[in-house]
Write a protein that binds this ligand. Structure first.
Ligand SMILES: [Zn+2]
Length: 568
């Protein structure tokens, strides 16, 4: 039998078809779910023999003929999982009884989505605490704010909902046989309502995994976790005025390492003291940190002494760049290390003229939410639709202005004008730096840090804890340690693979060059065919179900070129 999710669409309903293709189809591809799209208009009769069925489009229930519906219900009764995104439940009468629907009321709108009854599907989200503890900070994140009110169908049910509207009406129900029913419009996945990479993708992914027949295989990005620290000059940081400031002797690197993180550090290279350069070398040799030339220096935070491009967008000449890169090369040689392959540039400003110099040095990965040759505040800097969703905050794709570079970016959803405040820095608003807060708030910082990593992981990307060293320097080493300890605690339910930014960039580069072609189960044997090319071992996720519990296992693939068949 083939492992496959059947995705039902209808291209004759142009508007809803466009929504499904622009949201759910991209999501399935991004999460590496093996699927096959079927267009109701083109199919004479549908064979529903599959691991699961996803009704991906609003209004399909009305368009499906009786014969098709009958064979759909038969497949569901026989154990094929059904995930129904068509919230017009009135056109699926046979689903009412298994979903314990007592009455269908009217359509309404909600501006909020709340997390409901704890279940495999929503278990990574905070849940309502028992009454004596209710209202505590752990409950933050239980409510997801929509950007504008969205339609849902009000129903009365005896079922315990996994998601709720602001008036506590159910928005997501599940039942056996394996049946998932969304009661909110699939416009939810459009960026103008809520979108992907905004905090609900894990629920859609887990709903699919829960419903489909097991074993099931996906080519999902493994749960890598890393860190990015910008504006680093260690002991020379002018904001570290306390005896025990966390920047002194790069003490914060030890703390990041203590909790497994291997950070990429963007250095102000001319500020580094002789003593600190020894620490850099030691961390580099032990593979506990990567270092990249961020800028020469910048005490005024105006990108006054950049390496790659002027802060006003003016390109350096070839001669100037020769000199800049010679200065950078000399520093790194003196320290006895090589810059990371992933460029960590101040304000992410990288001029077009600097690209040949970076290529020559093998620095071919970037971590940019902005384009080459543009300044941070340039209106055209984010005029770019990188894969998978066209979101400049969450993407991995070739750079638009030079596809010899591969960009890997995670962690912060980008809204219009979001770049005007450094909200992508998890410590932003949590320390007394630039009076962003009246005091250093360890609890708030830990919450923001954990949310940043979780959003990356929940969105099928990777987790990245991002901060600027000046905010770390305001903290004592004890405060920074406590923040990381709390973050670590709140990620205890998460599967994590700690890796450097370079390792993750290289993994994603190969990941996106490969495709799951066919997966078959014969007895206990799962055989997978992949196409594409990878010179590094990639991983597949296998989901199995034992006595109602879903278990995930990561399996290594051998490097391959063109095609490979593996037995798992
Ligand atoms: Zn910077």
């Amino acid at each position: 039998m083939e492992i496959n999710l059947l995705v039902i669409l209808d291209s004759s309903d142009k508007e809803n078809y466009r929504i499904a293709k622009g949201t759910v189809s991209l999501f399935l591809k991004h999460f590496g779910i093996p699927y096959q799209e079927l267009d109701l208009v083109k199919e004479e009769s549908i064979n529903f023999n599959a691991s699961g069925i996803l009704i991906a489009q609003e209004g399909l229930g009305k368009r499906m003929d009786q014969r098709t519906k009958k064979s759909l219900y038969r497949a569901v009764k026989q154990g094929t999982g059904l995930i129904n995104l068509d919230y017009h439940l009135d056109s699926y009468k046979e689903l009412h009884q298994p979903l314990k629907i007592e009455r269908i009321e009217k359509e309404d709108k909600t501006s909020l989505i709340k997390i409901g009854e704890k279940h495999y599907i929503n278990e990574l989200h905070p849940h309502l605490l028992p009454p004596p503890l209710r209202g505590r900070i752990e409950e933050r994140g239980m409510e997801k704010q929509l950007l504008q009110p969205l339609k849902f169908l009000k129903v009365k049910t005896k079922n315990k909902p996994l998601l709720l509207a602001e008036d506590n009406s159910p928005l997501l129900l599940c039942s056996s046989p394996k049946l998932i029913q969304f009661l909110i419009s699939p416009r939810l996945w459009l960026p103008e309502y809520f979108g992907h990479c905004a905090g609900l993708d894990d629920i859609l992914f887990r709903a699919i995994i829960w419903a489909v027949k097991k074993p099931f295989v996906t080519k999902t990005i493994p749960p890598f976790v890393t860190s990015r620290i910008d504006d680093a000059n260690g002991s020379a940081n002018i904001f570290g005025k306390r005896k025990d400031s966390a920047n002194k002797n790069f003490a914060y690197l030890d703390m990041l390492n203590k909790f497994g993180l291997i950070p990429n550090i963007g250095l102000f290279i001319d500020d580094i003291t002789e003593e600190d350069s020894k620490i850099i070398k030691e961390k580099y040799d032990k593979k506990l940190a990567d270092f990249s030339p961020h800028a020469f220096s910048d005490p005024k935070n105006i990108n006054e002494f950049p390496v790659y491009m002027h802060h006003n967008g003016k390109e350096f000449s070839k001669e100037e760049l020769k000199e800049n890169f010679a200065r950078v090369d000399k520093k790194f040689q003196d320290w006895g290390i090589k810059p990371s392959k992933t460029v960590n540039a101040h304000f992410d400003e990288i001029g077009l003229n600097s690209l040949p110099f970076l290529k020559e040095r093998g620095q071919i990965y970037t971590m940019n939410p902005i384009r080459f040759g543009k300044t941070w505040i340039d209106e055209k800097a984010r005029d770019w639709k990188p894969k998978p969703y066209g979101d400049t905050g969450f993407n991995f794709d070739y750079m638009l202005d030079d596809p010899d570079f591969f960009n890997v970016c995670t962690g912060t959803k980008s809204g219009p004008k979001d770049y005007l405040t450094p909200s992508f820095d998890f410590l932003y608003g949590c320390t007394s730096f630039w009076k962003e807060n009246s005091k250093n708030d360890v609890q708030k910082a830990a919450l923001r840090g954990a949310e940043q990593i979780k959003l990356g992981l929940d969105s099928g990307f990777f987790g990245c804890l991002m901060a600027h060293e000046q905010r770390i320097a305001i903290l004592s080493i004890k405060e920074f340690e406590e923040i990381l300890e709390r973050i670590d605690d709140s990620l205890s339910d998460y599967e994590k693979i700690f890796a450097s930014y370079d390792e993750i960039a290289e993994y994603l580069y190969h990941h996106q060059q490969t495709k799951l072609k066919e997966i078959k189960i014969e007895g206990n044997k799962i055989s997978c065919q992949l196409a594409g090319k990878s010179t590094i071992p990639l991983k597949l996720s296998i989901f199995r179900e034992m006595r109602g519990k879903i278990k995930k296992e990561l399996c290594n693939l051998p490097p391959f070129s063109v095609e490979v068949e593996v037995v798992l």
